[in-house]
Design a protein around this ligand. Structure first.
Ligand code: LMR
Length: 336
């Protein structure tokens, strides 16, 4: 995999050494700034801290990982540009946020495409999913791993049981045309807002609904300003751990190999724990009494699916039939 990444970067004309030359001076640790937009007690937040800890233990004074959580250094609207400039070195944006760099990752935003997180995981681990880690190399962005958060739920200021209940409501969305189309498909409006602004936008009435996994609903206290959460599991919110290719390949080989081994270990831990963290946050929200969790019957969920599924055709051309087929196939555990 790493050889393939290297080859892709070379093919894209990226100069490998140099970008971190000053950081790699023998007597100074390489500083890796890892910025993200969620709190420490989420799957991504925990992953960033584990990465920092393992790097401190194993690479001692050669590498230092700085973690900047909860949009404290840079928000999601600017973080990828900051990565390209080299102001930050590791990010794990939601897969919905790469739209301007590749259309292929839009596959992850398609509503009701993946049956569950296990299907998402299979797609990410199979060759087509692994190849997507390289889909932004012409922009100098390399994907190092997929990290799970979880399946998204719909929250609103009124109960959403049927698709028609969403009509005319405004939902906060991540910056994604697929998500815009998904809400348009049920007659709702959508407003693209940075993650750091979601709570205040819901509280102030700028938008009346949102879609989030349980961990984001809990850690950003969105459940306190959304009286109803429908358990739709209608899509996935996962991440790609990315770096700036020039920075990454400028790290001396021996250190980079150790970093990549650590990332594999952290990825395994994040992906093992994400479902458990989300389940615990769901229970906390249920126990808070602040928000009513609405279960959907099979027929109700099928109605949401039927209303939103036409979005697949709308984006199939951009995503590519092969990628879409591989994603659908991941709903089965056997490959054929
Ligand atoms: C969002 O903007 O809703 C998410 O991408 C935030 C995150 O990183 O989980």
């Amino acid at each position: 995999m790493l050889k393939t990444l290297l080859a892709a970067c070379l093919a894209a004309g990226l100069t490998l050494p140099g970008a971190v030359a000053q950081a790699a001076k023998a007597d100074e640790p390489i500083v890796i700034r890892f910025a993200h937009v969620v709190t420490d007690d989420t799957p991504k937040g925990q992953g960033a801290l584990l990465l920092q800890k393992l790097v401190a233990e194993r690479l001692g004074d050669r590498v230092k990982v700085e973690v900047h959580a909860n949009s404290s250094l840079v928000g999601d609207a600017e973080e990828l540009a900051a990565l390209q400039r080299g102001d930050v070195h590791l990010l794990a944006p939601s897969l919905a946020k790469f739209e301007q760099y590749t259309p292929k990752l839009k596959v992850f935003d398609l509503p009701f495409l993946f049956d569950d997180l296990a299907a998402v995981d299979r797609f990410q681990q199979r060759p087509t999913g692994r190849d997507l880690l390289l889909s932004m190399s012409q922009h100098g962005i390399i994907g190092l791993a997929y990290w799970h958060n979880g399946m998204k739920q719909l929250s609103a200021n009124r109960p959403l049981q049927q698709p028609a209940d969403a009509r005319e409501l405004s939902f906060r969305i991540q910056s994604s045309k697929v998500l815009e189309a998904q809400f348009a498909a049920v007659g709702a409006r959508s407003v693209k807002l940075p993650f750091a602004e979601v709570r205040s936008a819901l509280q102030g009435g700028k938008v009346q609904g949102a879609e989030n996994p349980w961990s984001n609903l809990y850690s950003q206290q969105l459940y306190q300003v959304q009286p109803y959460i429908s358990e739709t599991n209608h899509g996935v919110l996962d991440y790609m751990l990315v770096s700036n290719a020039r920075f990454w390949y400028g790290i001396p080989h021996e250190i980079r190999s150790e970093l990549e081994a650590i990332i594999d270990e952290v990825t395994y831990a994040v992906n093992q724990q994400a479902a458990r963290l989300n389940a615990a946050d769901r229970e906390r929200i249920a126990a808070s009494g602040k928000s009513r969790i609405i279960a959907l019957s099979d027929a109700e969920r099928a109605a949401w699916r039927e209303a939103m599924q036409p979005v697949w055709q709308q984006f199939e051309g951009e995503i590519g039939a092969t990628v879409l087929r591989a994603a659908k196939a991941a709903n089965r555990s056997a490959q054929n």
